[in-house]
Design a binder for this molecule. Structure first.
Ligand code: COA
Length: 451
């Protein structure tokens, strides 16, 4: 079959430039002057077009390759041989004028100093929409252009998409045509609705929520920076956290349980059972107490669906596990039917699997209520984010010995801080205070769990 080799044309002063994007695939029908690939130097990016029409047989470069003038980039089978040259000819694409290079700047997706990384990253895993702003920017002087090639810019213009709203997933977080397509798809399916309605695509970003666009700062202008892509798990958990934070009206109720006796009991039991190798953790006691509280207050073991509450007749308790790759929430199923030892063993095993990255999706599904325990680390209280579609989550902080008034004297008591965040659409403040007070009672006198 007659083919033509296409070589990189004259690209001016550009030497050893990196291929950052392939714009066509073997089998594609190529028009004359159609861009085949994008290359990028330290200062600019440009697209290399085809000199001839035809069907692309093979690309001779891949993303990451370095090319120069004369490098072989593709093999093409001409459709009209008379128009494209003779058989076996070696052709170069027309000389490229890097007249309108796109500045190579830190991509729009790099975090603002004001932005917590998790919130920023929130959209990356599930949506191509850039995050909504949390604080006003520091003026236009630091605004940089979205990081995208000319063809992607053209494509975005044709669709009326504001590139500053699109999250790039290409090399160096460059926005690809696929990202733009995905962004539009998200808008159409509503996946992007909570953070950027269709009006954002038309250019008035943030108008739906009346928010300013996310500040984009060229950090490299102020000092050296390093770009560190977030691990996949972190991106996914961040996307969930962001959605839950934005969509659920959260309130947190704080209380303290006197666990002096419970802790003494737990330590004694562990001493007794040291040989058996099963450690009864505070988390296991809390899970069991929560099941009791959830059975007493069923609206906490529920999900909101439209105008109805789905009250679940099972008690599957998730707990946040801190892993090197980010937060994961394994679930202990049927915690109501399991004893403390079983819960302690299972939670230790699930936490280990989470840290080894070996949790199966099934082990993270079906949760009806979650617990986030930072007690082993520290803190006096925090506001956990509800793990939708659940409606409440218990945050547990570190126990501390405090003076407590017993009516006659101050006595030292071991106090456990409990922070119950809840979806205020479903749960009233009074109900949350009652739930927490009930937990305080149970943990203060664990015999009550049997009642
Ligand atoms: N107060 C004081 N000490 C506590 C405590 C509390 N509330 N809870 C646990 N501890 C102590 C334990 O006594 C134990 O001490 P020891 O080693 O001297 O015996 C140590 O902390 C570890 O406790 P353990 O029960 O083995 O584990 P854990 O319950 O603290 O943690 C996980 C298990 C999976 C919850 C935990 O590893 C984890 O990942 N926590 C982080 C959760 C998270 O990131 N939440 C934030 C989500 S936004």
């Amino acid at each position: 079959m007659a083919t033509i080799e296409l070589k990189v044309p004259d690209i001016g002063d550009f030497k050893d430039v990196e291929v950052i994007e392939l714009l066509v695939r073997p089998g594609d029908l190529i028009k004359p002057e159609q861009s085949l690939l994008t290359v990028e130097s330290d200062k600019a990016s440009m697209e290399i077009p085809s000199s001839t029409a035809g069907r692309l047989v093979e690309l001779k470069v891949k993303v990451g390759d370095k090319v120069n003038q004369g490098s072989l980039m593709a093999v093409i089978e001409p459709i009209d041989a008379t128009a494209t040259g003779s058989v076996g000819e070696t052709a170069s694409a027309p000389a490229v004028q890097p007249q309108a290079p796109v500045p190579t700047s830190p991509p729009a997706a790099i975090a603002s100093p004001a932005a917590p990384v998790q919130s920023l990253e929130a959209n990356a895993a599930t949506s191509r929409v850039a995050p909504v702003p949390m604080e006003p920017g520091d003026g236009d002087q630091h605004v940089v252009k979205a990081h995208a090639s000319p063809s992607v810019r053209k494509f975005a213009r044709e669709l009326g998409v504001d590139l500053s709203r699109v999250r790039g997933t290409g090399p160096k977080l460059r926005i690809t045509q696929e990202d733009v397509r995905g962004y539009v798809k998200d808008l159409v399916t509503g996946a992007a609705g909570s953070v950027a309605g269709p009006s954002a695509a038309a250019g008035d970003a943030g108008a739906g929520l009346g928010l300013l666009p996310w500040p984009k700062v060229d950090f490299a202008k102020f000092g050296p920076i390093e770009l560190k892509p977030l691990p996949r798990i972190r991106r996914i958990s961040a996307a969930n956290l962001h959605r839950n934070w934005v969509m659920i009206p959260h309130v947190t109720n704080h209380d303290e349980a006197d666990v002096t006796d419970l802790e003494a009991f737990r330590v004694a039991l562990n001493e007794e059972r040291a040989k058996a190798g099963v450690k009864l953790t505070m988390l296991a006691f809390i899970i069991k107490a929560c099941v009791n509280a959830l059975q007493r207050f069923p609206e906490f073991n529920a999900s909101l669906e439209g105008d109805s509450l789905v009250l679940k007749q099972y008690w599957h308790i998730g707990f946040a596990a801190d892993t090197p790759n980010g937060l994961m929430v394994p679930v202990i199923r049927d915690a109501d039917r399991k004893g403390l030892s079983e819960i302690a063993t299972e939670s230790a095993e699930l936490a280990r699997l989470a840290r080894d990255g070996k949790l199966s999706p099934a082990q993270m599904q079906g949760g009806t209520f979650s617990i986030s325990s930072l007690g082993g680390i520290g803190g006096t209280g925090f506001t956990p984010i509800v793990n939708a579609p659940e409606v409440a989550i218990l945050g547990v902080s570190r126990t501390a010995m405090r003076p407590s008034w017993n009516g006659a004297a101050f006595v030292p008591r071991l106090m456990l801080p409990l922070s119950l965040s809840y979806d205020h659409r479903v749960i009233d403040g009074a109900a949350a205070a009652r739930f927490n007070a009930h937990l305080v009672q149970l943990l203060g006198d664990y015999r009550r769990v049997m009642l």
